[in-house]
Design a protein around this ligand. Structure first.
Ligand code: HEC
Ligand code: HEC
Ligand code: HEC
Ligand code: HEC
Length: 316
């Protein structure tokens, strides 16, 4: 503004500017809430996508379970009200296992029961199934059931250390990684502008600690940048979601602690389950898919069988 220039609108302009700003903010806040409510109810129906309320932003709608499989499971439940070979899903009736299989296993991968079962005998394993590929999938699925319990019970629970509870209490389940695909891809080619061979630094998480360390090489700095970029992109957040922008090494944002725990969890997944993921290394994107709350995670533990919940402990 030129010196000596007199504002013809006087101080009123400032008042109106603030008034307008506040109005716009309040209005857009109200519209956001409206569109949020509508988004989960109305527009979901407009798109003919019926979101399953047990999940974060995921629909199990579809015809992937065949009529034959549905008939076979009814006959199986009548014959065996108690399961014959449930090694992980203990303490459940056959009917409860059926509901779980439908909503979370077949529903998570969007496949028919025959993807993993011989529907003449749902308890069969290995050679009894009569098809090596199907038998291998059932074995793999059992290991992934075990992984789900492990991640919920030994890793998500660690997120509670900072505020006395898990951020939202969401739980890992099959769809958290599979999201309706039998074969999910942890590092899709179109994910980002990072080098193709970039992976999380799971061999040595210390390489991320570059600030204030005068010894670090340019490579380490670049590796840190790639990793931070992968974090930001996978969750669709800026650096300040996790960092104090005036001092990056500080820890006052809970999300930074959550992210470090998640990084250690990714290391645990790689060390213990990489063979069951066809050699794929985990990424943050595998679960987060550009969201802070991973789509395909269960909203809360009440939706899952007790043995898979964060709160479950085998000693009880
Ligand atoms: C992705 C693989 C997969 C798919 C798809 C799948 N299941 Fe399963 N199912 C398993 C695994 C693994 C077990 C063993 C769980 C355990 O050991 O606790 C199992 C166990 C069962 C059992 C318990 C059988 C017993 O007596 O021990 C039933 C019943 C069952 N499934 C029904 C179904 C039905 C019905 C469908 C389709 C709606 C289905 N499953 C889809 C992997 C699968
Ligand atoms: C941490 C992420 C993650 C979770 C959680 C997860 N999976 Fe997987 N799963 C994968 C990845 C990655 C693959 C490997 C895909 C490939 O072959 O490249 C895979 C492969 C599989 C396969 C083999 C598919 C095939 O045709 O070879 C089955 C079956 C399977 N998962 C079942 C399950 C079930 C059932 C659950 C829930 C109890 C589950 N998974 C939970 C990541 C996960
Ligand atoms: C999802 C959370 C998250 C996001 C988003 C994120 N960071 Fe980080 N950042 C971390 C974690 C966790 C560490 C590692 C701390 C450790 O290893 O002890 C870290 C480490 C760093 C470090 C090394 C110093 C330190 O804080 O320990 C720098 C510098 C850094 N990040 C910069 C960035 C920049 C720039 C962005 C945005 C492009 C970004 N970060 C985005 C979580 C995040
Ligand atoms: C196996 C699936 C999985 C993988 C892989 C994963 N996350 Fe998560 N993450 C979750 C789930 C589920 C939650 C929600 C926990 C809750 O709400 O209580 C979560 C929550 C978070 C949160 C807290 C969000 C909030 O509410 O503020 C951060 C930050 C986060 N993850 C960062 C990461 C980063 C960084 C990576 C990669 C190193 C990663 N996650 C990998 C499943 C995963």
């Amino acid at each position: 503004m030129r010196r000596g220039f007199k504002n013809p609108y006087g101080p009123n302009l400032g008042f109106w500017a603030v008034f307008l700003l506040v109005t716009v903010l309040l209005l857009s806040g109200a519209l956001w809430v409206l569109s949020f409510v509508r988004g989960t109810v109305v527009s979901a129906a407009e798109d003919e996508v019926i979101l399953n309320q047990a999940y974060i932003n995921y629909s199990t709608a579809g015809d992937y379970v065949s009529a034959e499989s549905n008939a076979a499971i009814q006959a199986y439940i009548a014959e065996f009200p108690q399961p014959q070979n449930a090694q992980i899903l203990t303490g459940m009736t056959t009917s409860e296992i059926w509901s779980f299989m439908t909503a979370y296993v077949a529903g998570g991968l969007q496949v028919d029961c025959t993807y993993c079962h011989n529907i003449n005998n749902f308890a069969a394993d290995g050679a009894e199934i009569g098809d090596d590929t199907v038998a291998a999938r059932k074995d793999n699925a059992r290991l992934h059931l075990q992984m789900v319990a492990d991640l919920n019970q030994n890793w998500l629970t660690q997120l509670a250390a900072i505020e006395g509870k898990q951020p939202s209490g969401a739980q890992v389940i099959c769809a958290t990684c599979h999201l309706g695909e039998p074969i999910p891809t942890a590092w899709p080619e179109d994910l980002h502008a990072l080098p193709d061979d970039y992976r999380l630094p799971l061999d040595n998480l210390d390489v991320l600690l570059v600030t204030g360390n005068l010894d670090v090489s340019l490579d380490a700095v670049q590796y840190n940048q790639h990793t931070m970029y992968h974090f930001s992109e996978s969750l669709s957040v800026g650096c300040t979601h996790c960092h104090n922008s005036r001092y990056f090494p500080s820890w006052e944002q809970p999300a930074k602690y959550y992210a470090l725990t998640m990084l250690q969890m990714a290391q645990h997944i790689r060390d213990n389950y990489q063979d069951t993921m066809n050699g794929q290394e985990p990424s943050c994107y595998l679960c987060h898919r550009n969201e802070v709350r991973p789509p395909g995670a269960a909203q809360a533990e009440v939706f899952l069988p007790e043995v898979l919940r964060s709160s479950y402990s085998p000693e009880e």
